[in-house]
Design a binder for this molecule. Structure first.
Ligand code: NAP
Length: 467
């Protein structure tokens, strides 16, 4: 589909210098309908393909990704700007997730016997059809993988609508599936704009939809799915709290929080966006955070010594600076950064903000960039109140020497995941997902594979039995 089309919204723009690299033509409604028809046809045989055969192909996908990790990594960095080391890590993580579901799907989806008074009963887990997967650009491979690995291994087929700024990552993944031997129609890209997704959800051959992205996009597709009585799962934004307890090792906490916040230039749904420290440790924490900021090196994401990458696009950079300026105008204190960097590309200075009160919008909002917000608390209830003050409920961290005490605090944080002494992390075997307006449903772990299967009850009994 790659063409030199002027004014397409689907294109690679290198955020390091804002140059347009490649444009893609959007698909017509007719082309989209044909792809969905083909995915529906493919479902008829893919659902009956054995776990062994599916696993062989999905393992091959993992192995191709590992063998081509440098090339794939460079492509992600070109399209959305993240550090090459982070891009390569993402490719490896994605390969691990493909392997995990290839190894485990048959076990997770084996018939589950039920304890009944007479006769037999069991759950038969069956795929449901074509899944529409809508994904964001911040982890161009991992985001595809989270949904594709589980749902393809379950026997569903998939059409993928990737973010408009990572079309080459989308294309290369489709090519890898093909190279691994995935039959035609089982997984196919849709090159369409976000605004056109809602109507695709209504196609009768789409059985379910999964979206990772912003709340407005999630609300739009969930409403479309709901109106058609189709299942949806949503992984939306987050504003993870990072609560430091008073016995914590401050050097370690600062190191982990700053590195976590600068990861992917702050464009991570589970980045520690709000760091909440005891008043008694506040000055020490602030000084050490400033020291850590002084060591950050902003620059070319392909260079090994760069620690802060450009943002994903010019608009993303403008939006982050506007949010910081608004916070400052409302009374927050911008201690470091807060401006664009005087060079080409979508760079924003690493930013440190304090004095964020409930009167300031940033107290409640997600800032998707390298903006470290520091709060203080006098007692733990106050820390928990700050942690739970946003509409989001994705991840969170408690940092402490006494891990038992940290777990008690973790139980009071209204999010889908809390990590002790670590920023919210990712592993194939651990569930990922949120509460509140961070969405619903889970990806990864055994839980991820049950989202789009029919847990069908099959009951054997005799007509004389009264239940
Ligand atoms: P976004 O605008 O919602 O885009 C995400 C995807 O949705 C893209 O493919 C986009 O397509 C599409 N889209 C946009 N508007 C749509 C609509 N009205 N209907 C259907 N699809 C639509 O998200 P973003 O702002 O680029 O991404 C960052 C957000 O994602 C942040 O809030 C972040 O926290 C969240 N996120 C969450 C997780 C998680 O696991 N919870 C992980 C990563 C990111 P186009 O590119 O064509 O607009």
């Amino acid at each position: 589909m790659a063409t030199q089309v002027k004014n397409s919204s689907i294109k690679t723009v290198n955020p390091f210098n804002n140059e347009i690299v490649k444009e893609f033509e959007a698909m017509s409604e007719g082309q989209v309908a044909k792809i969905i028809d083909k995915a529906d046809e493919a479902f008829k045989f893919w659902r009956n393909t054995s776990f062994e055969k599916r696993a062989e192909i999905i393992h091959k996908v993992a192995s191709i990704m590992r063998n081509r990790k440098e090339e794939l990594g460079k492509l992600a960095t070109l399209e959305m700007g993240k550090l090459l080391t982070e891009s390569i890590y993402e490719v490896e993580l994605s390969a691990d997730i493909f392997d995990y579901y290839a190894d485990k799907a048959s076990e997770f989806l084996a018939d589950q016997p039920l304890d009944v008074k007479h006769g037999e009963a069991f759950l038969s887990y069956e795929p449901v059809g074509v899944i529409l997967s809508v994904q964001p650009w911040n982890f161009p491979y991992y985001q595809i993988t989270r949904s594709a690995a589980a749902h393809l291994m379950a026997g569903n087929t998939m059409v993928l609508k990737h973010a408009s700024n990572v079309p080459q990552c989308a294309q290369i993944m489709e090519d890898i599936f093909k190279e691994a031997g995935l039959p035609d129609g089982v997984y196919t890209n849709l090159f369409v704009a976000g605004k056109d997704v809602e109507s695709i959800v209504s196609n009768p051959k789409i059985a379910g939809v999964t979206l990772t992205g912003s709340k407005p996009a999630g609300a739009s597709i969930a409403a479309a799915a709901g109106s058609q009585v189709k299942k949806s799962t949503l992984e939306l934004g987050g504003s993870d709290p990072f609560i430091v307890l008073d016995d914590a090792n401050i050097d370690e906490a600062v190191k982990v929080a700053v590195a976590g916040r600068m990861w992917n230039a702050g464009q991570v749904c589970v980045s520690p966006k709000r760091v909440i420290v005891p008043s008694s440790k506040y000055d020490e924490f602030l000084t050490k955070t400033k020291d850590a900021f002084a060591k950050l090196k902003l620059g070319n994401p392909l260079d090994k010594d760069t620690t802060v990458a450009p943002l994903s696009s010019e608009k993303a950079a403008q939006d982050v600076v506007a949010q910081v300026q608004k916070a400052a105008a409302q009374g927050a204190h911008v201690i470091l950064g807060g401006k664009r960097v005087d060079r080409a590309g979508a760079f924003v200075e690493p930013t440190l903000i304090t004095d964020i009160t409930p009167k300031i919008d940033a107290y409640y909002e997600e800032i998707f960039g390298p903006v470290f917000m520091l709060y203080k608390y006098d007692n733990i209830d106050e820390a928990i109140e700050i942690a739970n003050a946003t509409e989001f409920g994705l991840g969170g961290t408690v940092f402490a020497k006494d891990t038992k005490k940290a777990v008690e605090v973790a139980r009071k944080i209204d999010t889908g995941m809390v990590y002790i002494n670590h920023v919210t992390g990712i592993a194939p075997e651990l569930p990922f997902g949120g509460a509140k307006n961070s969405g619903y449903g889970r990806e990864q772990s055994p839980a991820g594979i049950y989202e789009f299967v029919n847990a069908k009850l099959i009951r054997t009994t005799t007509s004389d039995k009264n239940y």
